[in-house]
Design a protein around this ligand. Structure first.
Ligand SMILES: Nc1nc2c(c(=O)[nH]1)N[C@H]1C(S)=C(S)[C@@H](COP(=O)(O)OP(=O)(O)OC[C@H]3O[C@@H](n4cnc5c(=O)[nH]c(N)nc54)[C@H](O)[C@@H]3O)O[C@H]1N2
Ligand SMILES: Nc1nc2c(c(=O)[nH]1)N[C@H]1C(S)=C(S)[C@@H](COP(=O)(O)OP(=O)(O)OC[C@H]3O[C@@H](n4cnc5c(=O)[nH]c(N)nc54)[C@H](O)[C@@H]3O)O[C@H]1N2
Ligand SMILES: [Mo]
Length: 662
């Protein structure tokens, strides 16, 4: 029996990006494990990816092309599927122009090669509409970049030095279990853990302190904390004068209102705000780690800029392990696949459509040209895009030609005209970046593709061939794409050990003496509260008195894994959590079936009555497939397509609803 261990990288959209070892026996993968030598992976995989072989060898994997005939799918050859795709795309382009074709993809795999390389080339050459991919963390990094510029943040490997941890809109116990270990190391060294989250998440449950603002009011809370810092004389004037700009203006803004004013806006008691501010300033080293969760509302970029100013005001950057971490943009962008997308192939300028406004793009009669063909890979918009009834209405259009590249028959794939079978991470070559730590990870294919599955790159190479796109770039292999992505980059032991740390020379204390990525090199202090759109709307609150947020689940990865037996049986039923007071006011008991609704739509699920939810805020975790809901609609049926002004980012958690028994 031939046994070997192949070095790989977890492809999923998670900040931990694990280095994986796959054991292969006679061509079949028999085990996946975390690389014990990797400083972040530390030898273990999460509750999702430790079952990765269930995914690879799942009975319901799509392993051959499917085409729609008389309303139903039937098996087809790659030849026939590609002919249909070429005909469908050509028809749309000839009748309505290239922009009538819309690519739709996100981070189903966050590999730099299988993400958006050959696909982008094909879409660019066709003159397809551009997709603005801001659905995840853009509001937040727009804000943090306003404060820090793009420069190294506190390396997670330095977090164990911190003695005060302030986690803001982040639930790492569920969403980043390996980064969570670094926080546990800090706690083992005596660090105090404070969590800011309207919901009692798993992380909040084990924290020393939990502050629960109303959704979208985080900037008010942060300004209140900063006011308390100044009131107590705990701000670091010397450091701010040397390394910050906007210091006098900041003091001016803070002097205008007492902590009580901000308490009234965010719904956290003034004394808790003041104590949290003083604790952050005095328990050192103190680390602020922003999550993705606090940015799904209007005003989020200003909020992230404001929250990120707190560690500067207190001089936290002086200390090893102190300062601010969010998404380490500087290291994450050190190797980029963007040049491989080849925008120069475009025949001319094209319009841009935001991925959180797919519903409008597919249904608004004012779209000119209309979207006539949708090509989707690495994403499941029927589940993850807001304003779901609009999205589904669009996907159901008879005159929309839809191609989906997938591993499984998702809610999106179910609407396709042609489905192409995609490989999993064990079956293709890739290089995976991290948006949580500083390592790049190599992924060698461990096994041959199952059935007739092909990597995204190969599918788009074949589509290019059918469309007679003859630029030599359409024939580049994955290995060539990978070499091009790494050109000029010192790879170190990337290909041999499987991972390589990106070092920008920042050292363990990156900004003790300034050196931020802003133009002046100084940190730009912000203190601005822009209220959320719906949460703060008193008139709307009369009809829809409850704010609704949609955090991630513990065992799914967005909608990925929600169809796998092990994961699904551990989280079988979608639910909405209501505070006992809100439940009592509506005659709702734990376990009752309820309808959650607003003017955009409604969904039905089980009520869970618990003070894990805050009064006035209901919590409907996202990720279940639509078929898990009674009416085939999820919480997404109530979320809005409205975008933030800066960053064009979604506002899923800036949402008002009402709940009633069915
Ligand atoms: N298990 C698991 N892991 C995942 C994912 C998953 O679906 N499941 N998804 C991956 C992806 S794509 C991402 S982006 C990350 C996200 O990682 P996180 O940012 O941890 O994810 P969320 O659950 O969206 O949000 C974190 C917390 O923010 C809270 N929150 C919501 N609104 C507000 C607000 O207005 N203010 C504040 N302060 N808090 C708020 C939520 O209640 C939630 O507990 O996780 C990644 N990892
Ligand atoms: N209401 C609400 N909506 C949200 C969020 C929220 O917090 N609340 N979170 C948002 C966030 S942070 C994110 S990142 C997005 C996530 O949105 P998506 O990136 O669309 O996430 P998934 O639902 O995981 O869908 C990814 C799909 O890619 C497929 N896939 C995986 N690997 C491959 C591959 O190699 N090839 C191909 N062709 N397919 C592959 C998987 O099978 C899966 O169906 O959702 C956003 N939507
Ligand atoms: Mo995300």
């Amino acid at each position: 029996m031939a046994t070997r261990v192949v070095r790989g990288a977890c492809p999923h959209d998670c900040p931990d990006t694990c280095a994986m070892h796959t054991t292969v026996e006679d061509g079949r993968a028999v085990k996946v494990a975390g690389d014990p030598d990797h400083p972040i992976t530390a030898g273990f995989l999460c509750g999702k990816v430790s079952n990765y072989l269930d995914r690879v060898y799942a009975e319901d994997r799509i392993l051959h092309p499917l085409v729609r005939e008389d309303g139903a799918f039937r098996r087809a050859s790659w030849d026939e599927a590609l002919d249909r795709i070429a005909a469908g795309l050509t028809r749309a382009r000839e009748e309505f122009g290239g922009e009538s074709i819309l690519p739709y993809s996100y981070m189903g795999t966050q590999g730099l090669i299988q993400g958006n390389t050959m696909s982008a080339r094909v879409m660019n050459a066709l003159g397809a509409s551009a997709l603005e991919r801001t659905i995840c963390a853009t509001a937040g990094y727009t804000g943090t970049a306003m404060t820090h510029g793009v420069s190294p943040e506190v390396d997670p490997e330095e977090w164990p030095h911190a003695r005060h941890l302030l986690l803001w809109g982040w639930n790492p116990l569920s969403t980043a279990p390996h980064l969570w270990r670094k926080l546990l190391d800090a706690r083992a060294n005596g660090a105090r853990l404070v969590v800011v989250d309207p919901f009692r998440s798993r992380t909040a449950r084990v924290a020393d302190e939990h502050l629960r603002p109303l959704p979208g009011t985080d900037a008010a809370l942060a300004i209140g904390m900063m006011r308390a810092v100044v009131d107590a004389g705990l701000h670091d004037e010397e450091w701010c004068r040397a390394h910050a700009e906007g210091y006098e203006e900041m003091l001016g803004v803070l002097s205008r209102h007492p902590v009580e004013h901000w308490a009234g806006l965010c719904g956290v008691p003034a004394e808790d705000i003041a104590r949290a501010g003083r604790d952050f300033a005095s328990n050192r080293p103190s680390l602020l780690r922003l999550g993705v969760g606090a940015q799904r509302h209007m005003g989020a970029p200003a909020a992230y800029a404001t929250i990120a100013s707190l560690p500067a005001l207190t001089g936290a950057w002086r200390d090893r392990g102190g300062g601010c971490s969010y998404i380490p943009l500087a290291t994450a962008a050190a190797v980029s696949s963007y040049p491989l997308e080849r925008e120069d192939l475009r025949p001319g300028p094209v319009r841009t459509i935001n991925m959180s406004q797919l519903g409008t793009a597919l249904t608004d009669p004012a779209m000119d040209p209309p979207v006539k063909a949708l090509v989707c890979w690495n994403s499941n918009p029927a589940a993850i895009a807001p304003d779901q009834e609009r999205v589904l209405e669009g996907l159901r259009r008879d005159d929309l030609f839809t191609v989906v590249l997938e591993q499984f028959m998702t809610d999106t794939a179910a609407h396709a005209d042609v489905v192409l079978p995609s490989t999993t991470q064990l079956e293709h070559l890739d290089l995976v970046f991290s948006w949580g730590h500083h390592y790049l990870t190599w992924n060698e294919p461990a096994i041959e593709p199952l059935g007739e599955a092909k990597p995204n790159t190969e599918a788009f190479r074949l589509i290019a061939e059918r469309l007679r796109l003859d630029d030599p770039c359409f024939r580049e292999t994955d290995a060539e794409l990978l070499d091009a992505a790494l050109a000029g980059f010192d790879e170190g032991e990337l290909r041999t050990r499987g991972w390589h740390k990106i070092d920008l020379g920042q050292g363990p204390v990156p900004h003790a003496r300034g050196g931020f990525g802003t133009e002046s090199g100084r940190v730009a202090l912000h203190a601005r509260y822009e209220p959320p759109a719906e949460v703060a709307d008193a008139v709307l609150a009369e009809r829809f008195p409850l704010a609704m947020i949609t955090p991630k689940t513990h065992l799914f990865l967005n909608s990925t894994f929600a169809n796998q037996r092990r994961q699904h049986s551990a989280q079988p039923v979608p639910s909405v959590v209501l505070h006992p007071e809100d439940a009592a006011a509506r005659g709702v008991y734990d376990g009752n079936e309820v309808r959650v609704f607003n003017a955009r739509g409604s969904f039905v699920c089980a009520a869970r009555v618990s003070d894990d939810a805050r009064v006035g805020v209901v919590v409907a975790p996202m990720g279940w497939w639509n078929s898990d809901y009674r009416d085939g609609l999820s919480g997404q049926a109530t979320t809005s397509q409205r975008l933030t002004e800066l960053g064009n980012a979604p506002t899923f958690n800036d949402n008002r609803v009402e709940v009633a028994l069915t």
